[in-house]
Design a binder for this molecule. Structure first.
Ligand SMILES: Cc1cc2nc3c(=O)[nH]c(=O)nc-3n(C[C@H](O)[C@H](O)[C@H](O)COP(=O)(O)OP(=O)(O)OC[C@H]3O[C@@H](n4cnc5c(N)ncnc54)[C@H](O)[C@@H]3O)c2cc1C
Length: 588
């Protein structure tokens, strides 16, 4: 089983030294969230993830969730662990105190998301969608509904799901068939089949609150006729207690490559009673409240799995002795630890420089997210929202794709022992493989970025992002100069790539579609460089305070700028060759 030590020091470094967003620091509600409090929370979070949740990863992989006589049973140990998890209040960490939450900002809860993704993604998923459903209800439902449903969800006694996918509709939700028939009492009868529903059924909570998209019988076809419904597994009575079973049954559980402990269900809705949330035919935009926050969390899943893959690779590389390195001076022919080989060192640094850059970028984004949700000044709020909207597809796709690279490299470092099951490394690869697929595939994220985010009614958000980067990077400092110059060079490439894309949107959309993933990667690698610049600024300034820590940061950043960031330009060069050969190619 892989080992895991939560990277609390790195997280605290970010919280103490990089909480630099003036608008975030103005938010009254977070003024009391001090570093001391956050350290206590992270240390407790580390304990529960390292001791209680980590062992569930192997247990869930070896004993997947099963469907038995219509009831879904989670793997051994999940029930007891979930009970402790909710008793300790982890489901309520970032929720509104009005409904029993602890009101922690995302600058804290994102760290928890990372830790639990490292420990066991399959276990995490049972509460993750609850939080997504909570956010959606919190944003769009009436007070009556909020008061009735949210406290139990925040407490973790009830869980939540997101029911979009159907056999005929995956990416293209406009094709959905599930129908909603209005009833005289104002409720709806929901009928249809949803597939691939994460935590669609299980034995951890006393009720499950499904958020379901469906089409009312008099609504138009396509995405313009989609409404959102709250459909509980058990009807909730007036007094808030759980009543009779609603018309929902579990058809089957998917047999999956990874995250086997998570029950991914086919759900059949047979005239199930549902309540419409928000205005009719606006279901998709309401669902996006949930999906957008979820997408960032999926990126964090990739980060979390990458971290545990890196930690184990590093430990193994120090222990495993094979071959002689170029600097081996031993006369008795003793082999070196594989960490002495330049190629292995490069792989480890590749992992580390990406992971720490991602964590810093995520921390920056968490501050922007809080400003976008909570700031009083509408203009500031909108500016932050633009950044969140730009970075959402980047974080989702880049972190999940790099999670594949990193877990694959981890397997490589372990050699044959990585490919076989004993060390648990191949499980990390399998568990991460879903992250580029669900919550909108990574290609769909890339298309969203180039077609909707690059040029919007609020102007070119990428230009705004580049201006923000320039305003926050200082090349006057001699030590920073080489890094800032390299970043500026890459910003020039991003500018050319953006102009090319905007032009092609008007003249050749296939060129844009073929380039979309490359564009996302170019922007992503530059965003990681930006977060490394922020880290470097602190590390040079505070070097004497903690030499070992800052030296490590500076050298890791150097690796990132020399060996990883050049990928940004490679993606640009590949993309601008266009799509004519691709589109004209005759597949046999
Ligand atoms: C383990 C697991 C858990 C899941 N959990 C949930 C859940 O809780 N709730 C839920 O509703 N769904 C869930 N899903 C469904 C998931 O979100 C979908 O599988 C995903 O959105 C892709 O849809 P699809 O599988 O139908 O693929 P398709 O939409 O058929 O796509 C197939 C391929 O075509 C590409 N493609 C499609 N359209 C375009 C386009 N316009 N441009 C470029 N490329 C395109 C895609 O990128 C993909 O590579 C889950 C799936 C799995 C496997």
């Amino acid at each position: 089983m892989p080992s895991y030590i939560a990277p609390v020091d790195d997280m605290m470094f970010l919280f103490e030294k990089l909480r630099d967003n003036k608008n975030y620091n103005e938010l009254e509600k977070y003024k009391e969230v001090s570093p001391e409090l956050v350290k206590d929370i992270l240390e407790e979070a580390a304990k529960i993830n390292q001791n209680l949740i980590l062992p569930l990863a192997k247990a869930g992989d070896e004993n997947p969730a099963i469907l038995e006589n219509g009831i879904v049973r989670t793997p051994p140990g999940y029930k007891e662990a979930y009970q402790k998890y909710i008793e300790d209040g982890w489901t309520s960490l970032s929720c509104d105190p009005k409904y029993g939450g602890q009101g922690m900002p995302r600058t804290v809860s994102a760290f928890f998301d990372e830790m639990i993704s490292s420990a066991s993604l399959a276990f995490k998923l049972y509460s993750e969608l609850t939080l997504g459903a909570y956010n959606c209800i919190h944003h769009h439902a009436t007070d009556e509904i909020k008061n009735k449903y949210l406290p139990k969800m925040v407490e973790g006694k009830w869980s939540g799901t997101m029911c979009l996918t159907e056999p005929v509709c995956g990416t293209d939700l406009g094709l959905l068939k599930t129908k909603a028939v209005a009833q005289p009492d104002g409720t709806y009868k929901i009928t249809g089949q949803k597939i691939f529903i994460t935590s669609g059924d299980h034995d951890l909570t006393e009720n499950i609150i499904h958020l379901v998209i469906a089409r009312a019988t008099d609504s138009p076809k396509g995405t313009k006729g989609i409404s959102l419904f709250l459909v509980p597994k058990f009807i909730v009575k007036e007094d808030g207690t759980v009543g009779s079973r609603n018309g929902i049954s579990t058809g089957s559980i998917e047999t999956k490559m990874g995250i086997k402990g998570s029950a991914t269900c086919v759900l059949n809705f047979d005239e199930a009673t549902g309540i419409m949330i928000g205005p009719k035919n606006k279901g998709l935009s309401q669902m996006f409240t949930m999906m957008n926050l979820e997408r960032i969390v999926v990126g964090i899943q990739g980060l979390g799995i990458s971290e545990i893959a890196y930690q184990n690779s590093l430990n193994y590389a120090k222990e495993r002795k094979q071959g002689k390195s170029n600097n081996n001076k031993s006369e008795n022919g003793k082999a070196d630890s594989i960490i002495e080989h330049a190629d292995i060192r490069k792989t480890l640094l590749n992992m580390k420089s990406i992971i720490e850059g991602e964590r810093a970028l995520c921390f920056w984004l968490s501050q922007q997210t809080e400003v976008s949700l909570n700031h009083d000044d509408q203009k500031i709020k909108q500016e932050a929202l633009d950044m969140v909207s730009l970075m959402t597809p980047v974080v989702k796709s880049l972190f999940s794709d790099l999670g594949m690279e990193i877990t694959s490299d981890a397997m490589q470092i372990f050699g044959g022992y990585g490919y076989t099951k004993d060390q648990g490394i191949e499980q990390l690869y399998r568990d991460n493989r879903i992250t580029p697929i669900y919550e909108g595939t990574n290609s769909v994220q890339a298309a969203d970025l180039v077609f909707r985010k690059l040029s919007t009614k609020n102007g070119n958000i990428v230009d705004k992002f580049m201006n923000l980067i320039k305003s926050e990077t200082n090349s006057d400092d001699e030590k920073m100069k080489p890094f800032v110059d390299t970043l500026n060079y890459n910003l020039g490439i991003l500018k050319k790539f953006s102009d090319w894309t905007i032009d092609k949107i008007k003249t050749n959309k296939d060129d844009v579609s073929a380039a979309a993933n490359d564009y996302l990667k170019t922007l992503g690698y530059i965003s990681l460089a930006f977060s490394w610049i922020k880290v470097l600024t602190v590390s040079f300034k505070d070097f004497e305070e903690n030499k070992k820590f800052h030296e490590d940061k500076i050298n890791t950043a150097k690796f990132y700028f020399e060996k990883v960031l050049p990928r940004a330009e490679q993606h640009y060069k590949s993309a601008i060759s266009g799509s004519s050969n691709i589109m004209n190619f005759k597949f046999n």
